[in-house]
Design a protein around this ligand. Structure first.
Ligand code: TTP
Ligand code: MG
Length: 382
């Protein structure tokens, strides 16, 4: 899952006086789509359930019920492999309207306690309850109440993590899933992070974890041995983020107005495409869809990324950044076709193509940007 790193770069550490300490809750629903399906169809309860496309249509598992997870089934696994692991697995197509409705109800509960709510996806949000609307004062008590109300009103379970910043609260919510509630208190935080395997650090993806392990960084204690300059030299800007979070420092505010970072569309094919002409044709529809979404959202960006997933699931992404906003369908199509012809491995078949526009201009600054695309305006980019 994406992490916004920008605001922690080069920021001095939080002072640890009690007055300045924040109270952050991270709430994450348990097996969200699958739990909604089990709630709405009693015949699915207690069953291994996968929400996603069926194996015969080369679908992918979006999420799996906890019963299914015992068989090793997880998000993003091809449905066919999932069925091999668990022949009695029940596949259910997604019902996004039901998930959106549940998500809206959950958010209403959050807003009873604070307006500082930052949703990360339909099933996940940060809350800053340093000052809570009801004057409860204890973040643990608030998290407990939220969990209780989600259970009572929506018949779903959530896990919550409580701590002094987003990074720790997010890790805490994962500690006792499902139906968990965990606190990482400031006094325990550094010792906790020292023993934490590096792959469990939010913001360290599988590729970075492998790179770190190759350099001898297995856990937080190993990471702490590295000074800031070396981390930045090795891992770029993210190195600075790693330097601070392993010291339990994360100043990123809970941002209720966080803007989306990218807009895109993708299509997987019922049969792999082998001919470049077919792929170029497939891009027409995807480009149109991206254009429609940009227009609906009134957002335009400078960077176009083409995603190519080959028949063996290996995925590459290639990007191009323009000096001016990418807006027209013809431009989206041309750029993605250029990237396709430059980077496609002609010896392999393609199962999915996707186009994403990122480096989006702020909506407020958009009109101005559209009028005057000078270099100074472009520092308005996200
Ligand atoms: P997650 O919170 O990552 O997963 P989850 O809620 O199903 O399970 P957990 O108890 O571990 O939190 O994602 C929330 C929903 O987002 C998930 O129910 C389905 C959807 N999703 C996808 O569609 N594709 C994915 O690759 C992932 C990870 C999630
Ligand atoms: Mg979840």
């Amino acid at each position: 899952m994406e992490i916004v790193l920008a605001s922690v770069y080069s920021v001095p550490p939080l002072t640890r006086s009690k007055e300045s300490m924040r109270k952050i809750i991270h709430v994450d629903m348990d097996a969200f789509y699958a739990s909604v399906e089990q709630r709405d169809d009693p015949s699915l309860r207690g069953q291994p359930v996968a929400v996603g496309g069926p194996p015969e249509q080369r679908g992918v598992v979006m999420t799996a019920s906890y019963e299914a997870r015992q068989f090793g089934i997880h998000s993003a696994m091809p449905s066919r492999s999932a069925l091999m692991r668990c022949p009695q697995l029940v596949f259910v197509p997604p019902r996004f309207d039901a998930y959106k409705a549940a998500s809206a109800e959950i958010r209403k509960i959050f807003f009873d306690y604070t307006d500082l709510v930052e949703p990360l996806s339909l099933d996940e949000a940060y809350l800053d309850v340093t000052v809570d609307k009801l004057g409860i004062g204890s973040a643990m008590a608030i998290a407990q109440q939220i969990k209780h109300r989600i259970q009572a009103n929506l018949h779903l379970t959530a896990s919550a993590g409580v701590s002094i910043n987003k990074f720790l609260a997010k890790i805490a919510s994962d500690l006792e899933k499902p139906d968990g509630l965990s606190l990482i208190a400031p006094a325990q935080a550094e010792a906790f992070l020292e023993q934490l395997p590096i792959a469990a650090f939010h913001g360290v993806g599988p590729a970075t974890a492998a790179k770190m392990k190759a350099q001898g960084i297995e856990n937080g204690a190993d990471l702490k041995q590295w000074d800031r300059a070396r981390l930045i030299a090795t891992f770029g800007k993210a190195g600075d983020y790693y330097y601070w979070v392993v010291r339990a420092e994360d100043n990123r505010p809970v941002n209720p107005h966080r803007l989306r970072k990218s807009i895109g569309a993708e299509r997987s094919f019922s049969e792999d495409l082998r001919e470049p002409d077919e792929m170029a044709a497939a891009l027409v529809k995807i480009a149109q869809e991206v254009h429609q979404r940009l227009t609906e959202n009134k957002r335009y960006g400078y960077t176009l990324t083409l995603k190519i997933k080959y028949g063996n699931y290996e995925t590459i992404t290639r990007s191009r950044t323009r000096d001016s906003l990418i807006r027209e369908p013809a431009e989206i199509l041309q750029l993605s076709r250029d990237l396709l012809s430059a980077h496609l491995d002609l010896n392999r078949s393609v199962r999915l193509l996707g186009i994403t526009i990122s480096n989006l201009a702020h909506p407020q600054s958009f009109q101005q940007l559209a009028l005057d695309l000078s270099a100074s305006d472009r520092c308005e980019r996200e």
